[in-house]
Design a protein around this ligand. Structure first.
Ligand SMILES: C[S@@+](CC[C@H](N)C(=O)[O-])C[C@H]1O[C@@H](n2cnc3c(N)ncnc32)[C@H](O)[C@@H]1O
Length: 257
C-alpha cells in the first residue's frame, strides 16, 4: 500500500470511529463531504426524503460499498449514513470484500446482489430492513433481480431507492400486470405508469400496485415507497364501457365532433 493510500485509510478509520453524536449539528451535505461519499447528484433528494427520519432507528442496506481495491477504504456512503442516522444500523453489500466491520453500527457483507444465498443470509442476519439503496452493479437485470427479491422483505413503510438507473423510455406502454413482466426496463416503466393511472381504473390488480404507495422518478434515480393501498376501491372507477353520473367520455366527444 502506498503512503497516500495509507493516509486515506487512516482518514477513513478516523472519520468512521468519530462518535456520530459529535456530528449531530452537521448537515447531510457536510457529512457527505467529510465521509468522501460520492452522492452529490442525489444529496438534495436524500435531504428531503430523510430530513424527518434522522433520529429513527432503521436498518439500512446499501448495495455497492464503493472503490475497487481492497487495500484502502473507499466509498464513504456507509459512513455517511451512519453519521447522519444517529440510531440506525447500516449494512453494506459488495461483491468485493470491503471489510467495513470495524466501525460501530456498520456491518458489511460479501456477495453479489444477484445471489439468493447472499441476500437470504443478509435478511436472516438483519431481520428487518427499512431502507434499501441499490448502488451496486447498475446492470438493469441485477437491479431488477435484487428489487424483486428484496422488496417483499422491506418493512411496511420502507423505502427502496435505485440509483443510476438508465432505463429505456418507451413510446407506448401496454398494460400488463407487473407480476407478469420479465423485462426490467418494462417493469419500472410500467410501475410508474400503473401507480399514476390506477385512480382511473382499467388496470388489472397485482401485488405491487397494492403494496407501493408512491414512486418518484428523478434523474437516473427511482424512489419507491412501500405502503398498503386499497386498489380495489381505485380500480374500475370509470369502466371503459360506461359513463358515470352523466360524464361524457372525452374520446366519444372527440369522435362526435
Ligand atoms: C458505484 S460503487 C458504490 C459507491 C458507494 N455506494 C458510494 O456511494 O460511495 C459500486 C459498487 O458496487 C459493487 N458491485 C458491482 N457489482 C456488484 C454485484 N453484483 N453485487 C454487489 N456489489 C456489486 C462494486 O464492487 C462497487 O464497489
Amino acid at each position: 500500500m502506498s503512503f497516500r493510500e495509507r493516509l486515506k485509510n487512516y482518514y477513513f478509520i478516523f472519520i468512521g470511529l468519530i462518535p456520530s453524536f459529535f456530528l449531530v449539528f452537521l448537515s447531510l451535505n457536510l457529512i457527505m463531504k467529510i465521509t468522501r461519499s460520492v452522492k452529490p447528484a442525489y444529496i438534495d433528494t436524500y435531504k428531503s426524503i430523510f430530513k424527518n427520519r434522522r433520529f429513527n432507528k432503521y436498518n439500512i442496506l446499501e448495495i455497492g460499498i464503493g472503490g475497487h481495491d481492497l487495500e484502502h477504504y473507499k466509498g464513504g456512503s456507509l459512513l455517511m449514513w451512519k453519521h447522519y442516522f444517529l440510531f440506525s444500523n447500516i449494512y453494506g453489500l459488495d461483491i468485493i470484500d470491503k471489510n467495513y466491520n470495524i466501525f460501530p453500527r456498520i456491518r458489511s457483507f460479501v456477495g453479489s446482489q444477484t445471489d439468493e444465498t447472499t441476500l437470504n443470509n443478509i435478511l436472516a442476519n438483519i431481520k428487518k430492513v427499512d431502507i434499501i439503496i441499490d448502488d451496486g452493479s447498475h446492470y438493469l437485470d441485477h437491479i431488477f433481480f435484487s428489487f424483486k427479491y428484496l422488496f417483499d422483505h422491506l418493512s411496511d413503510d420502507g423505502i427502496y431507492i435505485i440509483e443510476d438507473i438508465k432505463m429505456p423510455y418507451l413510446k407506448s406502454l401496454e398494460d400488463t400486470p407487473l407480476d407478469k413482466i420479465t423485462n426490467p426496463g418494462l417493469f419500472f416503466n410500467n410501475l410508474i405508469h400503473r401507480i399514476n393511472s390506477s385512480k382511473f381504473g382499467e388496470i388489472v390488480d397485482d401485488y405491487y400496485i397494492n403494496n407501493i404507495k408512491r414512486v418518484i422518478c428523478k434523474d437516473q434515480q427511482i424512489i419507491i415507497y412501500k405502503g398498503k393501498r386499497n386498489s380495489k376501491k381505485l380500480l374500475n372507477k370509470f369502466p371503459s364501457n360506461k359513463t358515470k353520473d352523466g360524464y361524457i367520455k372525452i374520446s366519444d366527444k372527440l369522435n362526435n365532433n
